[in-house]
Design a protein around this ligand. Structure first.
Ligand SMILES: [Zn+2]
Length: 265
């Protein structure tokens, strides 16, 4: 027997209503079935849940291998696993993702319900059907949703990584961050103003080194704009720099250059 899915139920509903015409009970019967099948589809899709995906990505971000790339100069031996702040961020992102996906699903169910009632109430068994089945099925199908759900998941994941990076940078005293834009990626709809700050070094505000006058004045600060990855569909990211040896000489005062040499590099 063929497996009953939302889609096969939708086809059966359309055929039945075309054959018998609409009446209140018939529409209600099919709607209950359709909503049930839609919810089953959503449940099946959630098997690999946002929780698993985001937890996995958070662990990867915090792995020694990634930290060596994204937090340059941070001695790995100082880096102790997952902090409470990081765990809180992960939990908040999981909750936010679940909420956004639930909202998108509710909206899709409402749209399907309205579309189905709208169509069904126009069908009469006394006149031949003028329904374009391909269009109707497409309009009422909920499968397109998985694309939207994935987009939400990846967007929240980028935001989570940006926040995890900022948490680590603050905790371990990063001196600066380098903004990276992915403008070279084909088909990525990048922001011009983000492309223009690609590879720009921005300094953490009010660090000990800054207060000592080791950096030339007037340098861009990480707080001058929101974190990369926070605006909708922004795929920019920071890599962080630790220790004076990671800061190019052009950003250092004479005092800074001396301190850099004295720091052993
Ligand atoms: Zn961006």
């Amino acid at each position: 027997m063929r497996k009953t899915t939302f889609y096969t139920t939708l086809i059966a509903a359309i055929e039945d209503i075309e054959e018998h015409g609409y009446d209140h009970e018939r529409i209600e019967y099919w709607l209950v079935l359709l909503i049930m099948m839609a919810e089953q589809t959503f449940k099946d899709r959630s098997k690999r849940s946002a929780r698993d995906f985001l937890t996995d990505q958070a662990r990867k971000y915090s792995s020694e291998r990634n930290i060596a790339i994204t937090h340059k100069g941070l001695p790995i031996r100082y880096f102790s696993e997952f902090t409470n702040h990081a765990q809180n961020e992960l939990n908040a992102r999981i909750a936010m993702t679940d909420m956004l996906i639930a909202a998108v699903r509710d909206e899709a169910l409402d749209k399907m319900t309205r579309g189905f009632i709208g169509w069904a109430s126009s069908v009469s068994h006394l006149t031949p059907s003028a329904t374009d089945h391909v269009k109707l099925r497409k309009r009422l199908n909920i499968s397109d949703l998985s694309v939207m759900e994935r987009r939400i998941l990846f967007d929240q994941c980028d935001k989570m990584k940006a926040t995890l990076g900022a948490i680590i940078a603050e905790r371990y005293g990063a001196l600066a961050a380098v903004w990276h834009s992915r403008w070279r990626e084909p088909e990525y709809n990048y922001r011009e103003d983000h492309k223009s700050i690609d590879e720009v070094i921005m300094f953490m505000p009010d660090t000990h080194e800054m207060r000592l006058g080791l950096f030339v004045p007037g340098l861009p600060l990480v707080t001058d704009q929101s974190l990369p990855g926070m605006e909708p569909n922004c795929k920019c990211y920071f890599t962080y720099l630790y220790g004076l040896h990671s800061i190019p000489d052009i950003y250092l005062t004479e005092k800074g250059k001396v301190a850099k040499v004295l720091s052993g590099y």
